[in-house]
Design a protein around this ligand. Structure first.
Ligand code: ATP
Length: 270
């Protein structure tokens, strides 16, 4: 459940260059990079550096990518855990995982802790149990609150957490000194989609029929993750057909497939 990316030889460092679009969100997280790199600038003036920042937005919009890019840009370790890892966990395990994670992170400061899907543990107490028992989820949430309070604002640890349901989070999580900042990570507009295609086409052998403007116009409502998927799917289709490079029609076929998937997804949720 925990990743310590910096020490893993297989994980390439992610930077803001890997994150396309999201210019406002990027601007906001740049400040976090500066908190990590030049903390003295702030603490010297008596300022308290924020401890917790929520990245809020629909699935696949690049929240995890952005968190990794903050760690990459600041060149600090990245510890991560997902709220969904705690689902169906034995009694006491969730809380001790949280405790261990913070313990490890505090020894490696400055660093980032990333909690994906925080809503899985952080939904308001006493409602909609989604774990084995509601008590166990509450124990985990309480431990998280304790840990957030237990380290100082200027300890060099910044906790980023992702959610697409900020409305259901326990208000205790949003209190001052905990996750008191929010950064919105929205679905990409036309121009942003073009930039995301540009990032994901870098490693793909395309022929001259492929035009990013066209692809961006054909993919309204797609997330960054959907676009990454289209690029890979198009390459697979082209390869299956024995082509030497990926053509426009392979992309339109891939887009149709993803749209099919999106329609199914929205039927399930509505
Ligand atoms: P979830 O809420 O489902 O966890 P997320 O918002 O954390 O999603 P990521 O896991 O960061 O989304 O995105 C999945 C993948 O989609 C990324 O690894 C990347 O390949 C691609 N992607 C998403 N957004 C962008 C973006 N803005 N620029 C480039 N690639 C992107």
């Amino acid at each position: 459940a925990q990743v310590y990316d910096k020490s893993s030889p297989n994980s390439k460092k992610i930077t803001f260059r890997d994150v396309a679009g999201l210019s406002e969100a990027k601007q906001e997280v740049e400040e976090i990079v500066d908190f990590l790199k030049n903390s003295n600038k702030y603490t010297g003036l008596g300022a308290k550096i924020p401890k917790g920042v929520l990245l809020v937005g629909p699935p696949g919009t690049g929240k995890t990518l952005l968190a990794k890019a903050v760690a990459g840009e600041a060149d600090v370790p990245f510890f991560s855990i997902s709220g969904s890892d705690f689902v169906e966990m034995f009694v006491g395990v969730g809380a001790s995982r949280v405790r261990d994670l913070f313990h490890q992170a505090k020894e490696k400061y400055p660093c980032i802790i990333f909690i994906d899907e925080i809503d899985a543990v952080g939904r308001a107490r006493g409602k909609n149990p989604i774990m084995g028992t509601n008590d166990e989820r509450e124990n985990t949430l309480n431990q998280l609150l304790t840990e957030m309070d237990g380290f100082g604002s200027n300890s060099g640890v910044i906790v980023l957490a992702a959610t697409n349901r900020v409305d259901i989070l326990d208000k205790a999580l949003l209190r001052a000194g905990r996750f008191d900042r929010q950064i919105n990570v929205e679905l990409p507009e036309l121009n942003d989609r073009k930039e995301i295609f540009a990032v994901h086409l870098q490693d793909i052998k395309t022929d001259s029929s492929v035009n990013m403007d066209f692809l961006a116009r054909q993919s309204p409502g797609f997330s960054g993750a959907d676009i990454a998927n289209v690029c890979n799917e198009a390459a697979l289709i082209a390869a299956r057909n024995g082509k030497e490079s990926v053509q426009k029609e392979d992309f339109t076929n891939a887009i149709d497939r993803i749209i099919g998937g999106l329609e199914k997804r929205s039927k399930v949720t509505t």
